[in-house]
Design a protein around this ligand. Sequence first.
Ligand SMILES: Cc1ncc(COP(=O)(O)O)c(C=O)c1O
Length: 393
Amino acid sequence: MSDTFTTIKPEVPTKPVSDPVLIHKPLISQEDMDSVRDALASTFVSGDGPACRQFEKELQEFLGIRHALFMNSCTSALDLAFRAKRFKPGSEVIVPNFTYTSTALGPLINQLNVRLADVNPDNGNLDPTKLRKYINPNTVAVVAVDYAGNPAEMDQIQEIAKESNLYLVHDTAQSIGAKYKGQYTGHQADASTFSFHGTKNMTTGEGGALVTNDDDLAAAVKIMREKGTDKYSFLTDNITRGFYEYKDIGGSYVQSNINGALGVTQLRKLTEMNNRRREIAHRYLRELGDIDAIDFLRVTENAEPNWHLFGILVPPGQKYLIMDRLRERGIMANVHYTPLHRNEYYKHLGTDEQFPGSMSFFNRLLRIPIYPVLTDAEQTRVIESVHAVLNSI
Ligand SMILES: Cc1ncc(COP(=O)(O)O)c(C=O)c1O
């Protein structure tokens, strides 16, 4: 592979620019500030409060799903997606090699082993044509990830999981509001996990949710996210009369009511924010489409991405040069997801040669800014800079 480990950290220092076009920026509006202020004024600032419940109710309605369980991160949701299943320690979970560490942490912190799987070279999602070869008698689960908010090929993945009786987790951290076959992501697996981190299409500051149609899974997660207690019913159900019990082990994963309040107002404008991202993405596709040296990420068939990220695929040996030149012009392009096996903690899990799809994608991928508050003038700067840089090399 042309990109060696040493080139991952570029040598060229980038000059500071006075008005950079940032890679992420959340849209925080007056309603968000009012909502947070009201939550504070209510003095209910601790976990799983009325605003959290309201957010969960609206998220369930939005997705059309039975359970949406709000918590402090997608990483926590991934942890509980596995903890609740009580798989035998040492069992194997298939995880895409091109993802964020949290996808693997879910199984790992539950004493399960991770088997890394290769991804499509043209969009970074799990490659279903290679999936069967990773399954062995010890495999209990598979995780699919929607890179950049572009849904994975869930029909094929579901079919393979079903034929081997595997638990299917969908790490939808990036894909809130994206659709697969006309249905929002969140429906295509036994459990799906969203992130509402500050960089995501909607944010609660930090935050995440596990969503599922499985009542038993939801009941177990409600207890495990609240330190193993059944405090959930204590907060809402008068019959328990102020008593709650320690039922299991668990983590302290519920969200503050302040974050819940932000979730409510962010969710109410999610579709509008995603529509704006789509407009920007289509502008990039139109106005960068004539550059022969670059490709775009393949959109999954029958899917509607939420355009969480916008990636361009550049000639492999030139990725860092192009990134540095864009940054010199104030376009804060960046690289993403160093494949798991190239990180210190995961390096024993494989070599470049074992993941040709992942390495090819990583060697070509550069991200350019996309978010609802990116102005038309900033988009123009991005487009002109990409043209200028690609013309100059
Ligand atoms: C695919 C994926 N999974 C999980 C996470 C972790 O999300 P959180 O920060 O909410 O724990 C991220 C974060 O960006 C992610 O991209």
